[in-house]
Design a protein around this ligand. Structure first.
Ligand SMILES: [Zn+2]
Length: 120
């Protein structure tokens, strides 16, 4: 795969799909919700991402300070992305991407449970 090509992700049933520019790294967060979802996030910005299929096909879950909504497919329940309620920030879950496409992409560990700093 060309480094400049966007990566494609879909939920398990294929109802929800996104594209994201190849990021410098992915983020594993240890906060109470992210560790349960076991998500690997890429944030936009700095990446650019778009939902290409299934806008409106998700259920949302808002937690804590109600600043972000987690989206899961209404059919297969895979957690595909989150959106900031202010509309400025969002992130896609790279667990939806073929692992072969993620080879060599580093994972940074973010301490969302406590310090809100990267642990590396
Ligand atoms: Zn689905």
């Amino acid at each position: 795969m060309e480094a400049s090509e966007p990566l494609s992700g879909t939920c398990h049933c294929g109802s929800v799909a996104f594209e994201v520019s190849r990021p410098a790294f992915m983020v594993a967060c240890n906060c109470s919700i992210c560790r349960r979802y076991a998500a690997l996030w890429v944030h936009a910005p700095p990446a650019s991402a778009r939902i290409v299929e299934g806008e409106g096909q998700t259920d949302t879950y808002i937690w804590g300070d109600e600043q972000i909504e987690f989206h899961s497919c209404k059919s297969c329940r895979a957690v595909t992305h989150w959106t900031g309620v202010d509309g400025a920030r969002w992130a896609v879950n790279m667990r939806m991407v073929d692992p072969a496409d993620l080879e060599g992409l580093p994972v940074r560990h973010f301490d969302g449970a406590d310090s809100w700093e990267f642990l590396d």
